[in-house]
Design a protein around this ligand. Sequence first.
Ligand SMILES: Cc1cc2nc3c(=O)[nH]c(=O)nc-3n(C[C@H](O)[C@H](O)[C@H](O)COP(=O)(O)OP(=O)(O)OC[C@H]3O[C@@H](n4cnc5c(N)ncnc54)[C@H](O)[C@@H]3O)c2cc1C
Length: 428
Amino acid sequence: MPKPVLLTVDDDPEVLRAIERDLRSRYSNRYRVMRANSGSAALDTLRELKARNNPVALLLADQRMPQMDGVGFLSEAMEMHPLAKRALLTAYADTSAAIDAINEARVHYYLMKPWDPPEEKLFPALDDLLHDWTATFRPPYEGIRVLGTRWSTRSYELRDFLARNQVPYQWIDVELSQSDPEVRSLVASLGPEAETLPLILFPDGARLAEPPLPAVADKIGLRTHTQTSFYDLAIVGGGPAGLAAAVYGASEGLHTVMIEREAPGGQAGLSSRIENYLGFPSGLSGNDLARRAVAQARRFGVEILAPQEAVGIRAEGPYRFLKLADGFEISCHALLLAMGVQWRTLDIPGIERLQGAGVYYGGGTSEALACKGETVYIIGGANSAGQAAMHFSKFAEKVVMLVRGISLASTMSHYLIEQIEKTSNIEV
Ligand SMILES: Cc1cc2nc3c(=O)[nH]c(=O)nc-3n(C[C@H](O)[C@H](O)[C@H](O)COP(=O)(O)OP(=O)(O)OC[C@H]3O[C@@H](n4cnc5c(N)ncnc54)[C@H](O)[C@@H]3O)c2cc1C
């Protein structure tokens, strides 16, 4: 976690340097001491810190500053960093303004200038404030954050992409900003940037608004381009079949590349619980299976390109040539096509518009949490529908399975039928 920030604000350069020096001498091992020479410069700094999810522990502002006084600054700062302790630095003549500020701007403390010796007149009060702050502080999430709206197809595509590529992230639904003060202050600190959604905030401060997936892949360090132009074995498709072939090929010493257009794991990666896979008696999630298989393939030196699509093949003598969507062409001794199948889509007018915005294909596992207390309809009566029903039943109030056959028995495995029968909030 980055060090929590202590920000001091004063328009007098000498005073600013002196207070900064004192703060550093006592707190720099646990806190990052920052300074600003005006209220508006300090607000800019706070906006940036908010966007980076960097915690702010203390704001210490001079009361008498041109344009924006200390109380004005602290009141605005409170909107962005409501948990930061706020202290005002005042000259004797401003004491009554400072006392009013404690009531009006909910300033936690006021300190008198000069503060020499700091061991007596500065540190005890600040120690006390910081002690209070530490007691209630919850470390912020440090990874990638995705801002968007629940019913946006682009937001869903991005969430699904990150989840299927095993990239942890925090989802922030900006429509909740009315009810959630944290979301509200984050949106306010981003200003007009928060209007182009989805928006990804990276821990290093970088932001991508409405990004194409290859740009996200580049930023998070996924390999999407080939390292060389010739391989012993090239595999198209990164589902279980492609991954298994990659592991066996590379373990025999073949220089192997696997090309996957979405995310390694294929359809299996969408499964909430695979229970019939040999060697996993209590089952495992599709994501877990994909993660393990990818690790195994990488250990044997397989080059995995994802997301990357194969768009053409040709043969020339003993070689096979594969054209990739980025325009590159690779050649190989052996080419293995493991592109699996694409699910059948529902033939209902207008449904494409709702895909990723209320209508989901596959297991829709990344949506389950958002369905708390809702009714979910699942269309289909085979194993993936059964797994999805079991998974959603843990979050939704009710799951209704719409099955056109006369029963589940002809299409679904016996173990899943038994589980569904025992689950009271699933209706078939
Ligand atoms: C929700 C769900 C749950 C399931 N649960 C189970 C279960 O519990 N037990 C079980 O045995 N089976 C289960 N299955 C079925 C199982 O996942 C599939 O049988 C299996 O994934 C097939 O593997 P595959 O590698 O042949 O193809 P796929 O998994 O379909 O993989 C093919 C891959 O090729 C990629 N691809 C296609 N064209 C290109 C191209 N031109 N360039 C690059 N990449 C390309 C696709 O993006 C895809 O990732 C489930 C399926 C789903 C959808």
